[in-house]
Design a binder for this molecule. Structure first.
Ligand SMILES: [Zn+2]
Length: 207
């Protein structure tokens, strides 16, 4: 039976992060990522307006594309169009849905089966809270909690909880050369995070 290939998923997520511009904060906004494939991220509303779908477009699109949180359309020229529901109030969940869709694209998924879903979710967790970045923060003195992951990364509360659970078993693994590149991308964000964190910790200790 086919099982999720977590090593491959992590590799692809790290590869995508490794060629991003320097991040100034830990939170990764998927809409601002640089892609090496033609990926366009747009709201369903905008898409409906451009393509002239009638005023009932929302129901239409939701039915037509099975859109719940986000969906991807592949154009004949190979362009990927990720559509998201702009009415979604929870921006953290929206960001997750976009990362999930990017995962389907970068993992070359042809369908939305249970294994593909697990892989796309694991990809999202790697993109939005890279293991190597968290590992470095922990080695520098940060106490890892669900609250810390939730506040510093662009994750939902639920995703932060799952990530914490996963990290407890993986933090001691060796880092790869690609991960070192990711560390470089996040170096400024890590430095400012640590400065802020250690300052706050000192203040708490003094009080
Ligand atoms: Zn999916």
């Amino acid at each position: 039976m086919k099982t999720p290939d977590f090593d491959k998923v992590k590799r692809e997520a790290i590869r995508l992060l490794s060629f991003q511009e320097h991040m100034f904060e830990l939170a990764v906004d998927v809409k601002r990522l640089i892609f090496n494939k033609t990926v366009i991220i747009d709201s369903l509303e905008q898409y409906a307006w451009i393509t002239g779908i009638d005023h009932d477009y929302e129901t239409h699109c939701k039915l037509y594309y099975g859109l719940q949180n986000g969906c991807t359309i592949r154009a004949a020229d190979g362009t990927y169009l990720i559509l998201y529901d702009d009415h979604m109030k929870n921006k953290r969940r929206q960001n997750w849905s976009l990362a999930h869709e990017v995962g389907h694209i970068y993992l070359g998924h042809e369908s939305d089966g249970p294994i593909e879903e697990v892989e796309a979710n694991f990809f999202a967790a790697q993109i939005l809270a890279p293991d190597i970045v968290i590992k470095t923060l922990v080695q520098s003195g940060v106490t890892l909690t669900e609250d810390f992951l939730y506040k510093q990364f662009f994750l939902s509360r639920e995703a932060a909880g799952r990530k914490l659970h996963y990290l407890r078993n993986t933090l001691c693994s060796q880092s790869s050369p690609l991960e070192e590149a990711v560390l470089d991308v996040f170096s400024r964000a890590i430095r400012s995070e640590l400065a802020w964190y250690l300052h706050k910790k000192q203040r708490v200790n003094r009080e």
